[in-house]
Write a protein that binds this ligand. Structure first.
Ligand code: FEO
Length: 403
């Protein structure tokens, strides 16, 4: 049985989706599943662009056999060696013993690290701007190191103006028959998963994504074929603009995200009281998370979206509450920059979380920490809200001055 989609005159999507996976990369929840895309070109020579995760290899090879319809597979272009895409290379070589592999020299080294089949006898090594012809189609290669591994490259079809973009422009979410983003209400229903994918997978590497966008800006692109999620053939500029914002750490939403860690609800109450004050002052679309309830990948993603971030944490073991500390270290690891932040601490006898959170936030580039860290001693009383009023004032003035 096969499930393929013809996406151009001679190009086929031959990937598949996994809806049973709990954690992508054993780290990120994917309640909507994930797709592993692979593309097969039927030209004078047949060319496969990347393989797939082992979880869907059965249908993948059925798909390839169906599209090949008795022909041999001549070339495999490897854009990225992470095992969610390269896991099926050895099987491909076993099924198609004359298969030639087109990749760069860093990829060759990684193939030798992951596999023990003979690569040297079948490899065609390419460099930046090299060209390769399969007959009607001519391709060129653009190196994209650290988007998301060092060996990553993207392949551009000079004939049909198609960009095989590797992880770039990928999205969490299984493909459910509709392969194209314009069939999916992508801008409303998929964008949050697209942002969560970008920020958590390649968010750390903004300058490298910028370098790729700069190179790609000289290309006329009719279609983007990423390794995860839908194919883009319309409104490409809209998605490129999102990548511009994300990779320059530019907020999309001039508003406030409040993340709190609360053991018995007193820190939560103050976080909510702050949110209500901000709303009264005209701040719209305020977002709030309990960091012990929501997986950090969602909060990291929204921290890339929002301009103003408030972190409220109880003190725990003389430090920051664990789930809040994890979130802050995650934000640091992902190089979040260019934000305005505020801090609220709680502690029944020796509050220290505010100072410690501020120390982590101070290590982020171009993050302004607003004056007026609030200290709660166990709980805030109605006659102790001056500091909260002042912080709400400070934050709202900062938000409104950005408009
Ligand atoms: Fe989808 Fe970096 O692999």
């Amino acid at each position: 049985m096969y499930c393929v989609k013809k996406i151009n005159s001679d190009l086929y999507w031959v990937g598949g989706s996994d809806r049973r996976i709990a954690l992508f990369e054993n780290a990120f929840p994917v309640p909507n599943g994930v797709s592993y895309n692979s593309y097969l070109l039927i030209d004078e020579k047949t060319v496969l662009f990347d393989t797939v995760d082992h979880s869907i290899s059965d249908i993948f090879f059925d798909n390839i056999a169906h599209v090949l319809d008795g022909r041999s597979l001549d070339y495999l272009v490897i854009n990225h060696m992470e095992p969610d895409h390269c896991a099926s290379i050895r099987q491909a070589v076993m099924i198609y013993p004359d298969l030639k592999i087109v990749c760069n020299d860093k990829t060759v080294r990684m193939i030798k690290q992951f596999f023990d089949f003979d690569i040297d006898s079948r490899v065609i090594t390419v460099k930046e701007n090299d060209t390769f012809s399969s007959g009607r189609h001519e391709f060129t290669f653009v190196m994209a190191p650290m988007v998301h591994w060092p060996e990553v490259m993207v392949t551009y079809d000079l004939t049909d103006k198609i960009l095989f973009s590797a992880d770039a422009f990928g999205t969490f979410g299984a493909l459910n028959g509709n392969i194209f983003a314009d069939e999916l209400d992508f801008e409303t229903h998929w964008i949050d998963d697209a942002r969560r994918y970008y920020t958590n997978i390649v968010g750390k590497y903004g300058p490298q994504v910028q370098a790729l966008l700069k190179k790609a800006s000289s290309l006329e692109i009719s279609m983007i074929c990423p390794l995860h999620g839908p194919v883009f053939r319309e409104n490409i500029g809209w998605f490129v603009d999102k990548y511009q914002k994300w990779s320059t750490y530019t907020p999309e939403e001039n508003s406030v995200l409040i993340a709190y860690a609360s053991v018995y609800g007193n820190t939560k109450t103050v976080a909510e009281a702050l949110a209500f004050r901000l709303a009264d002052k005209g701040i719209k679309n305020i977002q709030m998370y309990d960091v012990s309830v929501t997986h950090p990948s969602y909060i990291v993603s929204d921290c890339f979206k929002y301009s103003h971030l408030v972190f409220a944490s109880t003190t725990y073991n003389a430090g920051i509450f664990t789930s809040m500390e994890n979130l802050l270290m995650d934000l640091k690891a992902h190089n979040l920059q260019n934000r305005t932040a505020a801090v609220i601490q709680n502690g029944s006898w020796a509050p220290t979380s505010g100072k410690l959170m501020t120390e982590i936030l101070s290590q982020l580039k171009n993050v302004t920490i607003l004056d007026g860290t609030i200290t709660i001693k166990s709980s805030m009383k109605d006659n102790e809200t001056d500091s909260l009023d002042a912080l709400a004032d400070n934050i709202s003035k900062s938000v409104l001055s950005n408009r």
